[in-house]
Ligand binder design. Sequence first.
Ligand code: AMP
Ligand code: GLY
Length: 419
Amino acid sequence: MKVLVVGGGGREHAIVRTLAKSPKIDALYCAPGNGGIAAQAQCVPIKATDVEAMVAWAKENAMDFVVVAPDDPLALGMVDALEAAGIPAFGPRANAAVIEASKVFSKGLMAKYHIPTAKYRAFTDLEEALAYIRQEGSPIVVKADGLALGKGVVVAQTAAEAEEAARSMMADGKFGAAGAKVVIEECMTGPEVTVLCFVDGEHLSPMPSSRDHKRAYDGDKGPNTGGMGAVSPAPGYTPEIAARCMKEIFLPTVAALKAEGRPFHGVLYFGLMLTPDGPKVVEYNARFGDPECQAVLSLLESDLMDIFLACRAGTLDQLDIRWKEAAACCLVLASGGYPGKYATGYPINGLEEAGKTAVVFHAGTKLDEGGVIRTSGGRVLGVTAVGRDLEAAIDEAYAAAKHISFQDMHFRTDIGRTV
Ligand code: AMP
Ligand code: GLY
């Protein structure tokens, strides 16, 4: 088969590397890809959000299958467009990807189907939103309805902070149309866990749990980022909690989407909080998480292409998906200044040495004309190691990362060691 993966970050590198092991695949392509992906797949210079150009290229080059990994093209209907052109694709159609693209939709779905989540109200009118904030008091959470690069959520410690957030989203247009509607919800407490599930419209198969570390600095300090590292499995996610999540959250969500005429095919991301009242949904995503994907797929033993095909065909229940009895850690090496302003173009040293004991996924890298790998983004690399337990995996990832250096490199020293 000829397979195209859409996207160009660490997540896509992990998908490409895992697919490359499949005997079903003869040729792998990635659009736009990056400096590391180029070693395993032919990179195609098309932006992940350019639906028209992507479909045209996939058609001209006779792709047998396309994997759409990032949120934006899913929300834009890339899977629908590929299917209309006769090309099978992995990922939800736009009407199901809306579970990530609109928080008003996802909160409404959870309310209708009694799926545990934070108490909330949705607003399109600023004055009503402000009155609700004053009535509920703080702490309180303000969320832009649409996709906002992970930055559309403010966990406000004071009512003034919450009012300011609502104003900037609804009146000042901080996130454009994505912030015209907001969700205001109760602030929950407890450890966070990510559970990614393969879904085929009706059946689902959870992957090993994981935990992302979203804050930029040690001790969960500093601004939110796309994710500074992840471990799998997540400490504290016991078989009892997993069974409860399956019954109260995972199965009801997949059934709800089907009942609404929006069957979900792809990876459904459950962002959970283990609150004193039980597990509750913080957010849904319609795709693999980044960097959770890098850690979780490192534990997969089965053929990923078989799983993708089953998710499309609705035959996931007939597949025995096997995982290593081990743990994984993905440590993100970022550009100094990220998630704020940062410089790019710095040469990266030590990749080969680090690659001897860990897998180094590329996120923001570029191969220059002289064959040198340079930094080209905020999150640059994801050094990923597998060990017999979490301690071993974490130690191995940090030991491998010691070999890597680039100007102003920044990383957290406590991945997997805080809640
Ligand atoms: P989201 O983009 O919805 O995942 O939110 C980003 C982060 O904000 C989450 O990972 C949580 O740490 C935090 N968060 C979101 N909603 C809540 C909530 N209702 N209570 C407490 N923290 C929250
Ligand atoms: N790591 C969080 C996300 O991918 O949304």
